[in-house]
Design a protein around this ligand. Structure first.
Ligand code: FAD
Length: 318
């Protein structure tokens, strides 16, 4: 079922959902099931599965020269989605990127998803590969997520890349896109970022999931700004409980997200990561309760493969 239908069916009730990462190559899918199992009692209508593009690694050869190798450390997005739908009978939402995909790769990926009975996709640009400063698309790929949304929407109308197979079987994906309450790191300002967010919606996206935030005011201001710009799509808040001291520096750097002073103070008082986990849970429960009171359609948690803290939070809310 489409995310928009799940929202309509809930008639204003806030629902629980979460995002998982495919395991590192070499690990078993059981590790994924082990992280999902404890969360199923909260009845998530859907589970998102991230996509991880290729990375370049350099291997030193015997002659001292470096050999560049392309590796994907976390493959398996599509397989995990199929396994989730099969095992739990809930919707799995694969993330799909511009980065690393030609238009042809994208089309073939979407055909696989359609054949597997997947109804939703989360369309993203992706970041630059780790060894590069700026995002570079594939030669035949997309520069921005709004172009990717346009391709998905074309396939929804039965328009394939090969003009000889036009007006054939169409897909019917509900498309989600990313939104940034504190603006995307590369956007020159919030107005510009919202301008391009509107383009993703105009091209066919139906709902927005936000980047993580730790101060609900940022989310509420973002929603107000989107609404004043004419955006009517559901805006699902993305939440992550802090769990380590290292994240105080990593999160702002990687996600362009500010941490409130009070949260930083609480984390710094902790003697170890176990205590920090408790602080993160408490903070996230407070955030979640306020968001439920504001009538958000979903609370969407970034589980990062660890479910104990998400479970502790969900127990207080669902
Ligand atoms: P876009 O919407 O393309 O925007 C990128 C930047 O370009 C923005 O600054 C925007 O303002 C600007 N822009 C957009 N269109 C134009 C244009 N036409 N001209 C000029 N500027 C433009 N990454 C992964 O690798 N895998 C994942 O599974 C994944 N899941 C995510 C899930 C969520 C909910 C979120 C919020 C992020 C996720 N990301 C993931 C990270 C995401 O790929 C990065 O944040 C990426 O840098 C931007 O992706 P986007 O889809 O928002 O890009």
């Amino acid at each position: 079922m489409k995310v928009t239908e799940h929202i309509a069916n809930a008639k204003g009730r806030t629902q629980f959902s979460f995002e998982i990462l495919p395991p590192l190559k070499g690990e078993n899918i059981q590790s994924i099931f082990d992280s999902i199992d404890p969360l199923m009692e909260f009845k998530p209508p859907f589970i998102d599965v991230t996509y991880h593009r290729e990375e370049y690694v350099y291997k030193e050869l015997e002659n001292g020269l470096l050999q560049k190798k392309v590796v994907r450390k976390r493959p398996g997005t599509v397989g995990i989605c199929a396994a989730i739908q099969n095992k739990y009978q809930v919707d799995a939402i694969p993330h799909i990127l511009c980065g690393g995909f030609t238009r042809e790769d994208t089309e073939n990926f979407l055909i696989d998803l359609d054949f597997l009975g997947i109804d939703n996709v989360m369309a993203l640009r992706g970041d630059a590969v780790k060894t590069e400063t700026y995002f570079t698309p594939e030669k035949e790929g997309h520069n921005y997520a709004n172009e990717l949304v346009q391709q998905i929407e074309s396939l929804n109308r039965g328009e394939y890349l090969d003009e000889e197979i036009q007006n054939q079987a169409n897909t019917d994906f509900c498309i989600g896109v990313a939104g940034y309450p504190e603006k995307h790191i590369e956007a020159p300002n919030m107005d510009s970022d919202i301008h391009f967010l509107k383009k993703k919606l105009k091209n066919g996206a139906s709902y927005i999931v936000t980047q993580m935030f730790f101060d609900n005011k940022k989310y509420f201001n973002f929603v107000d700004k989107c609404r004043s710009e004419g955006i009517t799509a559901p805006i699902i808040p993305g939440l992550k409980p802090i769990s380590t001291k290292k994240q105080l520096n990593m999160i702002p750097h990687r996600f362009n997200t500010e941490l409130p002073e009070e949260l930083i103070r609480e984390v710094l008082k902790c003697g170890d990561n176990k205590q920090i986990r408790e602080v993160g849970i408490e903070w996230c429960i407070r955030q979640s309760k306020e968001l439920v009171d504001a009538g958000v359609p979903f609370l969407h948690y970034y589980s990062m493969g660890k479910s104990d803290n998400i479970r502790a939070i969900a127990k207080q809310l669902f």
